[in-house]
Design a protein around this ligand. Sequence first.
Ligand SMILES: *Cc1c(COP(=O)(O)O)cnc(C)c1O
Length: 395
Amino acid sequence: MSNTYRDLNPPERLLLGPGPSNVDPRVLRAMSTPLLGHLDPEFLKIMDETKQLLQYTFQTNNYLTLPVSGTGSAGMETALCNVIEPGDRVVVCVSGVFGERMCDIVERCGGELIRIDAEWGHIITPEQVEAVLRKSAVKVVAIVHAETSTGVLQPLGDIERLVHEHGALFLVDTVTSLGGCPVKVDEWKLDVVYSGTQKCLSCPPGLAPITFSPRAEQVLDARKRKVQSWYLDMTMIRRYWGQERFYHHTAPISMCYALREALRIIYEEGLEARWQRHALNHRALMAGLQAMGLKPFAQEGYWLPSLNAVRVPDGIQDMRVRGRLLQEYGIEIGGGLGKVKGQIWRIGLMGYNSTRKTVMVFLSALEAVLRGEGYPVRPGEAVAAAEQVYRTASS
Ligand SMILES: *Cc1c(COP(=O)(O)O)cnc(C)c1O
């Protein structure tokens, strides 16, 4: 037995898929520091600081702001199951996998689901939302800000006005936008917003930051029934993360260390600078990909800086290219999910990975692999196009 299980020694990877993304070594160090008891005064301080840093990152003063124990999907389920009671009418905007997942959860909560669908790769329009809201009174409108399955950044402003004109709550998935592009919870009047640690926050998967506006908290307080999930019930969790410290479940100590450190890194960089960094590296990457003749998948004008989706060129085999990138270069990128399986590549530039170095390394590797697969690329063309973007930006 003794030699059967070798030491854990995972290969080094450049994680440029839809998540998880690579984490800053500072975050890994924070995770390996000694445990505290979850009610130790020193840990309570860490919880409070994490909440403050989350308020900064979400750009909100919402009192009810904390990380839920679980991945981004736990954030999604928490957001929905706390504001929905059986029979409530809920609109879900669907233009990819994560909108679909929201629909599934709404039905499990007993909500009366009204779907608004857009073609994958396209945004949901305010006109679509208005048409639905005119017809029936709804309690919640849910939408994905950054649809990771298609690489689309969904504008929220006009839809927010309609949602509030009709007296509904606006519930937003920011799993792939928080920390990668502007998310301004208070200024944009968002009511329930959740995210995940493993995308642009550059922290391992395991926590789901969430925030409830005072309006959303009122809806929570006015519930007639208990929240259907015991574990994700915010009426109890808020007492644990609040001054009362009422025991609900044990906070995952090491993950809280990790999130605090990841958020501290964001605070040191500054959100504004971080958004600009993501925007610049995204532009350089897309310039390089397009110079190679690759076609963007997402609707023009709505490209997501943290996740770049391009079509797999005709005659090229998706799995072979991704396999070679991983085997020959240690680089992971994402393939298509659901109805675009095999048709697109999804290249994440999230948080720690959104750098000029990453863009250049990736474009060179992709060029070499594509040439090896018989795809016509002129050597150096992609890197030159990206380089041009950086030169223009710094002049
Ligand atoms: C990744 C993702 C999720 C789910 O997060 P997990 O950490 O995989 O549970 C939800 N919504 C969006 C938009 C995502 O990209």
